[in-house]
Design a protein around this ligand. Sequence first.
Ligand code: UD1
Ligand code: UDP
Length: 360
Amino acid sequence: MITVMHIVGARPNFMKAAPVLRAMREKGGFSQTLLHTGQHYDRNMSQVFFEELGLPQPDINLEVGSDSHAVQTAKIMQRFEPVAKELSPDWVLVYGDVNSTLACALVCSKLLIRVGHVEAGLRSYDRSMPEEINRLLVDQISDVLFTPSRDAGENLLGEGVSGARIQFVGNVMIDTLKHLKQRAEQRWEGLCRRLGLGRYILVTLHRPTNVDHPDRLKALLRALNEVAADIEVLLPIHPRTQSRIDEYGLSPLLSAVRLLEPVGYLDFLALQSHASLVVTDSGGMQEETTFLGVPCLTVRPGTERPVTLEQGTNRLFNAHPHLLSGEIKHRLSEPRIERRPPELWDGRSAIRIAEILAEA
Ligand code: UD1
Ligand code: UDP
């Protein structure tokens, strides 16, 4: 039996870990433990995904909650170390680029527990992003680097990582999307009726560079409110963004925008699939829209996911926020282009990971 511990903590980890747990369960020969750090803890940022993605309840929850980067990362390390020592699994799998990913990888590297990084090698080349620091460090200390795209492998080789540590497996988030697309579609009619939806754009914003600066957030919200005069704007709001809007007193700017609580995976997938346009700064949504063929405008100066620009439906928006409403209207008027999904975004990435670890 190969013992594997999976680490999850924040919203985007759940959809990445779920297919890997399933693939290992179906393949057999693995004894699996699921550890939740508790980085995200609201029901609609955590528990709802366990229910909808078929994830087992976590065996361990470190319940760290929110804090500054240093305190949150340190708390996870402190609480994780005795667990890792006691269980001492053959492998720890960490996902993505959040603080939980780094904290647990670092603990394991000192305990000489082998670490596999799922979604390795992505680089925005912008070190002002906390996620970029996490990605760089996790890739340095992980034993196996499971990459979602060819560019990720090239980034790693460029940093001097040995090719023997790199495994191009494709995108596990797309495994989840393909697995649940039909179930999401079955909910569409009910959802559409409940929300009274016609044509709409779907917006999410949560990057500190967009939401932690009052002037920038104000300008972005103004632009969205302006667009809402022409087309419905749905804004499922991340708790970070909600707390900044409250702190800066910006709610009156959103009079025409439809604010929603964070949405569960299935309804959210249905909302993405039927949107006329997605406007976001999310990492995962750039990939999901590319796979779905839905136009996406990413409100960031760059992306660690260049295949979504080169082969997908994604475009970057890096101009002044007061130009955002014009750009949205422009994108809405463009014809859609049919594209094929990027290489190995085929729903079998988690199976490849299970096969590689079974042989390692
Ligand atoms: C984190 C990740 C980011 C990821 C995002 C996904 C890091 C450094 N950042 O950002 O890469 O894109 O998750 O959603 O790991 N909060 C709640 N309830 C919750 C969780 C958070 O109210 O369940 C609020 C708290 O006020 C907290 C703030 O959101 O301070 C930020 O949470 P945190 O996990 O620190 O960072 P995110 O912005 O969520
Ligand atoms: N998502 C969701 N409900 C929402 C917003 C996002 O289920 O209200 C899903 C989205 O489809 C994707 C994942 O959450 O699968 C992305 O997480 P997030 O944007 O929080 O993090 P990032 O990818 O930017 O790290």
